[in-house]
Ligand binder design. Sequence first.
Ligand code: NDP
Ligand code: GDR
Length: 337
Amino acid sequence: MAQRALITGITGQDGAYLAALLLDKGYDVHGLVRWDAVDGAVRLRALGVEDKVTLHWGDLADPLALAQLITRIQPNEIYNLAALTDVAVSFATPAAAVGACALGALHVLEAARLHAPSARVYQASSSEMFGTAPPPQDEDTPMHPASPYGAAKLAAYWLARTYRDAYGMHASNGILFNHESPLRGEGFVTKKIARGAAAIAVGAQTCLTLGNLDAQRDWGHARDYAAGMWAMVQQDAPGDYVLATGKAHTVREAAERALARVGIDLIWEGRGVEEVGRCRASGAVRVRVDPALFRPKEVPALLGNAAKARRALCWAPQVTFAALIDEMVDAERACFT
Ligand code: NDP
Ligand code: GDR
């Protein structure tokens, strides 16, 4: 009989890529959709899998509905991807962030423990848990989260470990560094940059307004990271694994690459909030800084060491930073044609 998987957050970026991967492997894929989702299937449709998954109404805030669902479908694997995922928003709505990221994870673990105790659970943990810990970061790096999101994810990480140790559950944490794709949510910086570059190319926008240009992130492709999630769950023993490319780039470099993809060579002038990126050919300002986009506390540099995943899971990211940005810009340009 086919393996059955339940994905919370199936309507998000990672949920869509993971659903497609599991379907390819012959899984019976189920997913949770919130009642107020405007078009919950848009990303699944983009990958051509909308009609191949079974969607159920649900919310991480509703433990009874989760328990009923898990009891009824008896998944072999549960991927808890649902969360409030925007770090900046988590400062504005901290209780919602803790509710979705920490309490939500507890609801999933508890429903699994009580109603499908042999199900394997994947918890979507994050490099944001490292916060201000200096790079490179790996599974043994002390965690100093710097946002309500990061702190809530750290609570969920420890809940998964606690359920594993206390109840013998097969619960694993994927400590994933930033991963992007054309399906990335609109609030995230690579998507904003890719869309902005495409809009500038057709004259629909003149300039890209960003926050901290110096922030460094280790950006990979979401499809590669979905493969790593699945590999963790297949291990005989549960565990915690960093997934990362091992290469960090600044936000400034992401903007440079995206604008280069549309034929704009940038030169940088000024410092701090006065810094601008100008088109070398025309002199037009194409990037500027708005301090309103700075966060109350920043995570300055994330750079992951995924040696454990490479060794134990035979996992290796396939898509480079340059190829990722180019793919995202090209996808946005296609929307303007
Ligand atoms: P998205 O923002 O694209 O998707 C988040 C999903 O969670 C959406 O499907 C959303 O539903 C759902 N969701 C939010 N709140 C609830 C709730 N209360 N009940 C049920 N569903 C809810 O995120 P990603 O796909 O990028 O990330 C997936 C997971 O991986 C998240 O947990 C994220 O924190 C974590 N992660 C992501 C990284 C990344 O770089 N992408 C890196 C490290 C960790 P709706 O569509 O209705 O809003
Ligand atoms: P992050 O992703 O906070 O790392 O969380 P995001 O793309 O939002 O920010 C990355 C870095 O870029 C800086 N930045 C801007 N960010 C946004 N969103 N908009 C801007 O205009 C802008 N200008 C500069 C930010 O300050 C930050 O330093 C993502 C999410 O997917 C989390 O859910 C996940 O856990 C982590 O990645 C790993």
